[in-house]
Design a protein around this ligand. Sequence first.
Ligand code: ADP
Ligand code: NI
Length: 203
Amino acid sequence: MEEKYIIRKIEEFVHRKLHLEGSGHDWWHIERVRKNALRIGEVEHANIFVVELAALLHDLIDDKLPVTVRLDVNDVECYLEEIGIEKAIAADVISIINVISFRKNTPVSQLTLEAKVVQDADRLDAIGAIGIARTFIYAGSKGNILYHPENHEGTDAISHFYAKLLKLKDLMNTDTGRSIAEERHQFLYQFLDQFYQEWNGEE
Ligand code: ADP
Ligand code: NI
């Protein structure tokens, strides 16, 4: 089956599953990750077909998705077989979405280039203006508060900046990803500065 046709089918499949998802894993997250993954993948000379498939499918088995939407990895495997994707490509894609979804701390040395690319694209969507917006929609969807000034390791949205967002820049796998991350990382600090100034009435 032609690659373009396969991509179109998977796009429709993922869109059907995620268009109403309300915790930051909606279709537009997938679309942004795909776009950035292709951008990084091209510069890094990755296999673009594998990158695009993995970017499209990367969140479907995530344990943060509601059970009503989440798929089992075997279901994704069967689906890829059903639509006629070559076995070796399907295996590459499945291994990438496993690494990304289960947040296994897989050593970078064990990641394929395509896994590195998709992971970088996913991480980019967790920082910068979009990452900030996603943090607050995620916190809201879980009923967590905005900020708790006395508890820096709490479940409030601002704590998540320190628990995860500010660490992502140094975890980027590729030079291309790292260079895009730089500005987004600085923007997190700008946001936090302004946030604390307003919080303290110092602006
Ligand atoms: P993805 O799978 O797309 O990398 P996650 O599933 O880890 O992202 O989280 C989805 C979004 O919600 C990300 O932008 C992430 O930073 C944010 N998020 C995850 N956990 C929390 C949390 N405890 N508080 C606020 N935001 C969170
Ligand atoms: Ni994601």
